[in-house]
Design a protein around this ligand. Structure first.
Ligand SMILES: [Zn+2]
Length: 280
C-alpha cells in the first residue's frame, strides 16, 4: 500500500468518483473542528494550513498538532502545506514529516515554474512526501499571495507541466478564484474532464462560494481535491462574534461553541464532496 497519505486519499477519491475536502485550518480549535467533521462523516480529510499559519506557529508545532488530532479518529488525516513560494519553508515541512506541500510558482514563466516545481518534487519524493503544483494562474488573495488577474491553463501546457515536473496532484487554473466571489465564475469543466484520462488527481482551488451544482459537476468531471478556506474563516469569525454577545460565556464553552459551528459547516462540504445528498 502507498504509504503517503496524500497520494492514498486522492487515489481513493479518483477510484470512487468522490473528492476530498482540503481545509485551511487556522489553529488547534479549527483543526479539531475539521477532524471531528471528518470523523462524523467517516471520510478522509486534508488539513492544509497556509504559509501564514505555519509561520505563526512553526513547522514542528503544526506537525505535532496534526499528530495529536489524528489520534481522535480512524479516518485518514493528511497534513498538507498550501500555496508555498518559499522553498526553505516547504523543505522544512517535508523534513518534519508533513505528508505533502503545494509549491506555487505559477507567477513565473512556464520554464521556471517547471524547474522549481521539479526540484521540490525530487526533494519531496526522496523524503516520502508528495507535491501539488499549479499551472496557469488562479486569481484572488490567498494569504500573502495576491494575484489580480488569473490566467487560464490549457490542456497542452498542463500535460507538459505534468510530464516535466512529475507532481502528485495538479491545480490547473479553471476560472475559480480565492476569496469571496462578487459574481459567479464560468468554469472550464472541459479541461478537468480532459485531464481525467491522465493519471493525476485534479485540485480545485477557491471552492468557497461555488454553487452545489458546480461542485457536483467538477467531481463528476474528475476533481479529486477541493479546497475550502474562506468558508471556514467566515464561520469561525461569525460564530465567535455571535457567542461573544453572551457576556457571561465561559472561555471553554466559547471555544466549544465556535468549534461546533465550524465542525458543522465543514461536515457539509466533506459530505457533499463524497456525493451525499447535502445542501450547502
Ligand atoms: Zn489556492
Amino acid at each position: 500500500m502507498e504509504r503517503n497519505r496524500f497520494v492514498r486519499v486522492l487515489r481513493e477519491a479518483r477510484q470512487t468518483g468522490k473528492a476530498v475536502a482540503a481545509i485551511n485550518i487556522l489553529n488547534y480549535n479549527t483543526g479539531r473542528a475539521v477532524v471531528l467533521a471528518a470523523h462524523r462523516a467517516n471520510r478522509p480529510v486534508i488539513l492544509q494550513p497556509s504559509v501564514g499559519t505555519v509561520r505563526r506557529y512553526g513547522v514542528e508545532t503544526v506537525a505535532g498538532m496534526a499528530g495529536i488530532l489524528r489520534e481522535m479518529t480512524n479516518v485518514l488525516v493528511v497534513l498538507h502545506l498550501d500555496h508555498c513560494m518559499d522553498e526553505e519553508l516547504a523543505f522544512a515541512c517535508i523534513r518534519a514529516g508533513w505528508d505533502s506541500v503545494m509549491v506555487d510558482y505559477s507567477g513565473e514563466d512556464f520554464q521556471d515554474n517547471v524547474k522549481r516545481t521539479r526540484r521540490a518534487v525530487e526533494y519531496a519524493h526522496s523524503h516520502g512526501a508528495a507535491v501539488e503544483g499549479e499551472i496557469g494562474v488562479i486569481s484572488g488573495v490567498e494569504d500573502e499571495i495576491v494575484r489580480e488577474k488569473g490566467h487560464p491553463a490549457s490542456l497542452g501546457e498542463t500535460l507538459r507541466y505534468l510530464q516535466e515536473t512529475q507532481v502528485d496532484a495538479v491545480a490547473p487554473a479553471i476560472g475559480t478564484a480565492h476569496g469571496q466571489y462578487k459574481e459567479l465564475p464560468r468554469l472550464n469543466f472541459g479541461l478537468v474532464e480532459q485531464l481525467k484520462g491522465y493519471n493525476v488527481p485534479i485540485v480545485v482551488h477557491g471552492g468557497t462560494g461555488l454553487p452545489e451544482t458546480d461542485f457536483r459537476r467538477l467531481i463528476a468531471c474528475g476533481a479529486a481535491k477541493i479546497n475550502i478556506s474562506t468558508a471556514l474563516k467566515k464561520v469561525y469569525l461569525d460564530s465567535a462574534r455571535s457567542h461573544l454577545a453572551d457576556a457571561k460565556i465561559p472561555p471553554l464553552e466559547f471555544d466549544r461553541r465556535v468549534e461546533e459551528a465550524c465542525s458543522e459547516a465543514m461536515e457539509k462540504f466533506i459530505r457533499l464532496f463524497a456525493n451525499e445528498d447535502i445542501r450547502i
